[in-house]
Design a protein around this ligand. Structure first.
Ligand code: FAD
Length: 417
């Protein structure tokens, strides 16, 4: 890999570093103490919308009309000399998660709804969707795939879509949906016939307020308190047929729906980079704590253990970051990256968990007694990274399938990457 970030990209990362330190970190600690999500009418959301952040930074570009600030940021991002947007997103994700991951996940904008829209939606659907994010008011999008009986194995989704005249009638339940209660639009995955497996899957754009679409609960979590995680109910929810993503034709080829799943090749390395951001925050706190307490230069068995542990943490985080950057860089180079994306997701979160856990251990009382301490908080925030966006086990299955793709015959050893 050989790349150089442009001056524009560096400026964007500097802006995000400032935002992470001055805004995300204090807000994240505040809502961790409150143990509730930041309300949608919090002034912070208007503030970042006015800065142009929240729509395009995480690779979620769109085609919708933009405010002046959004256009300025977009033109800085779209530097033709240096088309490194996926790589830039990885670096941005780490920085913002370093500030606070729960706040970062609450950023207004199309969010996780954007990747399936970009890949599957018709031009008319894209226009309706993205145009609704225009203006000064913060709005959210959400992605609803997981159900009580279907997480890793998406073929098991049981939310049904029954065609009736010009409508689809949705019935079922979704759980753990990020920003699901505040979302203007939710991309909902359902099945027209559970017996068909993936071939029966359809995705719908469901707007807030559609009769039969209800928020059943807001989850109480051990970490990421600032972020809203909702349960959604669909009871005879009537969705106009023009909101079937991509239209019926799209699903005639199985490849189409598979294409939507390939958006994970972008999002998995970014989620892995977020785990690195959280762990780096804990590592830096621990390093500075011992530096301030004159421990790092001391001659004692404990001081040399602290130095050795800090070195090991830094080395592992640096390696994990490289694995994430490689997956994104391949995407920027328009090369296949499915295996590398899963490797990043399988590799970085356990490293991050290990680093944070070691920080708690080294800090002793400082790290364990104060519940809302930044390192304690990191410990509660980090575990989920080995679960959402595909669990660690699921990634290992994906990777091993690719290693033995040819009827059990090893393919990997012939590769040079
Ligand atoms: C904070 C948060 C936010 C989320 N946001 C969203 C969202 O916005 N939209 C959305 O759709 N979902 C969201 N999710 C759901 C998340 O993607 C799922 O939790 C995840 O996919 C795992 O599914 P599950 O919880 O049903 O676990 P399961 O799939 O039931 O897995 C349970 C355990 O079994 C293991 N396992 C499962 N199958 C196998 C196998 N074949 N071999 C070996 N081990 C296996 C898993 O690795 C895991 O350890 C979110 C979850 C959380 C906690």
């Amino acid at each position: 890999m050989e790349f150089e970030l442009s001056e524009n990209h560096r400026q964007i990362l500097e802006l995000l570093k400032w935002l992470a330190k001055e805004k995300l970190r204090p807000l994240g600690l505040e809502y961790d103490k409150k143990e509730e999500p930041i309300p949608p009418d919090h002034p912070f959301f208007k503030e970042i919308k006015a800065m142009g952040i929240g729509i395009g930074v995480m690779g979620g570009d769109d085609g919708g009309e933009k405010t002046e600030a959004e256009s300025r940021l977009k033109s800085m991002l779209g530097d033709k000399q240096n088309p490194m947007l996926a790589t830039l997103s990885i670096l941005a994700a780490e920085i913002l998660a370093w500030g606070d991951q729960g706040v970062f996940m609450s950023f207004p904008g199309p969010g996780l709804a954007s990747p399936p829209i970009r890949i599957m939606a018709t031009p008319e659907q894209k226009k309706i969707f993205y145009d609704s994010f225009k203006g000064d008011e913060p709005k959210w999008g959400a992605f609803a795939l997981t159900e009580p009986g279907a997480g890793s194995d998406v073929a098991r989704i049981r939310t049904t879509a029954r065609k009736e005249g010009k409508y689809y009638i949705l019935n079922g339940e979704k759980m753990y949906i990020t920003n699901g209660a505040r979302a203007e639009w939710v991309v909902v995955f359902a099945t027209v016939d559970p017996k068909l497996g993936r071939a029966g899957h359809r995705a719908f754009l469901v707007r807030k307020g559609t009769p039969g679409f209800k928020v059943s609960r807001i989850e109480k979590k051990m970490g990421l308190h600032a972020s809203e995680t909702a349960g959604l109910l669909f009871e005879d929810c009537k969705v106009e047929e023009e909101f079937l993503l991509g239209g019926e034709e799209y699903y005639k080829s199985k490849e189409g729906f598979k294409g939507a799943m390939e958006t994970f090749n972008m999002t998995r390395p970014a989620v892995a980079a977020m785990a690195i951001g959280i762990a780096r925050a804990a590592y830096e706190y621990t390093r500075d704590y011992f530096a301030e307490n004159y421990m790092l230069n001391a001659v004692s068995p404990f001081a040399s253990r602290v130095r050795a542990e800090l070195e090991r943490m830094k080395r592992k985080l640096d390696i994990a970051r490289l694995v994430c950057v490689r997956a994104a860089y391949l995407m920027d180079m328009k090369k296949p990256n499915a295996k590398e994306a899963s490797q990043a997701k399988a590799f970085a979160p356990p490293i991050a968990l290990d680093v944070v856990s070691k920080c708690v251990e080294l800090l002793g009382e400082e790290g364990t007694l104060e519940y809302h301490h930044i390192v304690n908080k990191a410990y509660r925030d980090i575990k989920i990274f080995d679960i959402f966006e595909g669990t660690g086990q699921a990634q290992r299955i994906v990777i091993s399938k690719r290693l033995f793709a040819s009827k059990g015959k090893p393919t990997e050893w012939t590769e040079t990457t």
